[in-house]
Design a binder for this molecule. Structure first.
Ligand SMILES: [Zn+2]
Length: 367
């Protein structure tokens, strides 16, 4: 562990671990470990160095670097020592979430024999989530191959309720990520029908491109127009508005206006973060904001640092707008942000309720 990581983790150890933070304070901005070509330890180490206080780990993949694959692990294949090492490396983060497996799975198949192996994989990942003390697990509601949506629906509702029970026992919440079912109406209906206190949704800002309501409004030629872009943002906001307190989690990044390709660095696309943050404040959102940025491994430190900084600015500007007291454009963005190399920069004052991650100030004094 390098000195900065050591200071980071020892300071975080002083704070009550995994406390409930102020709504939308900058320490809730995190990132996932999805950096292909990195080992899990390297990915966690990078997020330490970039002074993230929130992290999301993938409970799939392998510990060691595997080109073309995100680092992670299969919990039942880890030795006790490996589990302890991972737990130790996560100790410095205030907030931890997990992403459950989503590839090659058929866990909502109505035929038990088809579903069995996939269901087991999810259950092991839920066990891992509890083991590492995460506060939330993200799951994708996948279609089941060979079954109609009507056949799959009751199984989906039943299994997510069962997994909600496991989550409650394990001390965390379960968030179904947007993207499937492919309409605002069906997605909202699913979460409402599950009707479980520990099950809500994870809004991914870039997973609405196939949603029926959006396709009904926007033709292929209109996609990169101001009208098409507004309609995309409206679709995401409609889910948040309709689900309100059931919005447990957010995946944040940007969307290329030409291609609608998601997972771009924040500030390079059309996601309307001021509107989004305003809407999140309206519903008194208390969850995390996890960056999901896709870039070649050598670019990831810079892309993550920039995206973190821009998101911090959006949080503080949205506060200014609502309080009618605005910082000058390009003005202070909150202390404790990082530059391209992960160095701490930008120590100007903040506004309103945006509370910068306090340990960072102490890190500066110690350096
Ligand atoms: Zn996502």
């Amino acid at each position: 562990m390098d000195r900065r990581s050591f200071i980071h983790s020892s300071l975080a150890a002083l704070a009550p671990p995994r406390e409930r933070a102020e709504a939308l304070d900058a320490s809730l901005i995190g990132a996932n470990t999805a950096i292909s070509g990195y080992s899990l330890a390297e990915a966690i180490g990078l997020l330490h160095r970039l002074v993230f206080f929130t992290i999301e780990i993938h409970i799939m993949g392998s510990l060691l670097p595997n080109p073309g694959q995100f680092p992670g692990f299969q919990f039942d294949r880890l030795t006790r020592k490996e589990k302890q090492a991972i737990a130790g490396s996560l100790r410095g983060f205030r907030h931890l979430s997990t992403h459950l497996p989503y590839t090659h799975l058929n866990f909502f198949a109505s035929d038990e024999t088809v579903a069995r192996a996939s269901v087991r994989e999810i259950e092991i990942a839920l066990e891992a989530t509890a083991y590492f003390g995460a506060e939330l697990a993200v799951i994708h509601a996948l279609p089941a191959s060979g079954f109609t949506p009507d056949e799959v629906w009751p199984v989906t509702v039943r299994r997510l309720r069962e997994w909600g029970d496991r989550a409650r026992k394990g001390g965390f919440r379960l968030a179904v990520e947007t993207g499937y079912p492919k309409s605002v109406r069906a997605f909202v209906r699913l979460i409402e029908e599950i009707d479980h206190p520990s099950v809500g949704c994870a809004i991914d800002v870039g997973h609405q491109s196939g949603y029926q309501e959006l396709l009904d409004r926007v033709s292929a030629e209109q996609r990169s127009t101001a009208y098409g872009i507004r309609a995309y943002n409206d679709t995401t906001l409609a889910i948040i508005e309709q689900l309100g307190g059931k919005v447990f989690h957010l995946h944040v990044h940007d969307i290329d206006p030409q291609t609608w390709k998601e997972h771009q660095p924040i500030g390079t696309g059309f996601v309307d973060y001021l509107r989004l943050v305003g809407k999140l404040r309206d519903i008194d959102y208390r969850g995390l904001l996890v960056l999901e940025i896709a870039a070649p491994a050598p670019e990831m430190p810079a892309r993550l640092a920039e995206s973190k900084l821009r998101l911090e600015r959006f949080l503080s500007r949205a506060v200014c707008n609502r309080n009618q007291i605005c910082a000058p454009e390009g003005g202070p963005a909150g202390r404790g942000t990082t530059d391209r190399d992960g160095r701490l920069v930008n120590t100007g004052p903040t506004h309103g309720r945006v509370d910068p991650p306090r340990p960072v100030e102490t890190v500066r004094r110690l350096r």
